[in-house]
Design a protein around this ligand. Sequence first.
Ligand code: B1M
Length: 213
Amino acid sequence: MSEILSKISEAIIEGNAEDMAELTHDALDDGLSAQDVLDKGLMTGMDHVGVEFKAGNMFVPEVLRSARAMQTAMEILRPILVKAGARPTGKVLLGTVKGDLHDIGKNLVGIMCEGAGFEVKDIGKDIAPEGFIAAIKEFNPDVVGLSALLTTTMRVMGHTIKALEEAGLRDKVKVIVGGAPVTQAFADQIHADGYAPNAAAAAELARKLVGAA
Ligand code: B1M
């Protein structure tokens, strides 16, 4: 890997948002493509963060710092990637379901999906089924991601999928679900198209569902 890509990857792992804009511009000035900066710099760093977080060696504040550093670079790369038509993977709509205010994991899913080439619309937390329906009609996503962190709000994922059926939208989108209490068995029970245990797996699953992986 080139020195500048290693520095970018390290800055992600260290959560160094301060130097990220300069590093990203340096890489582009060196002639690297935005896609290479994303795949070989940012994603390499984020993959490492994902592994360390899962192993219990990194904690939420550190992961959030890494996520911020990623966002700083993505603000520079996003317009270039869009202009270049790089990996037009598809569109992902994301939200945490009604009654649930946890959004840190959902935000990570959004970043990983962006990194995987999706256009992402994040409609926030505490989103009622009608909120998802309105956003689907407006944004026309390929994949809808529902997040829930509470055993009490998990069931709202099922209500949301039912509401999509009733609104005649269920066949137009793939629905994926995730969050700490959610399991594959639960996803099957509520007729979701897929379940992912973490943000990287969610992006990978979304790519699979749109036929990009
Ligand atoms: Co709350 N909380 N919380 N909380 N909170 C939990 C979830 C809890 C397990 C803590 C505990 O008791 N041990 C517990 C839930 C118990 C249960 O239902 N079984 C709990 C509770 C009870 C509550 C309140 C009810 C507390 C109270 O008021 N009495 C309350 C509920 C508020 C509400 O939502 N209505 C509450 C409030 C809060 C805060 C607001 C203070 C804060 C949230 C801040 C925020 O999100 N902006 C908070 C926090 C931070 C937590 C813990 C400590 C951390 C959650 C987190 O961000 N983890 C949590 C305990 C814990 O998990 N250790 C806890 C880091 C994040 C990166 O992981 O969100 O799991 P996570 O996301 C992962 C995966 O789950 C997955 O990918 C992510 C990254 O790999 N994933 C998806 C998530 N969404 C996905 C979607 C996908 C695919 C994968 O596809 C679409």
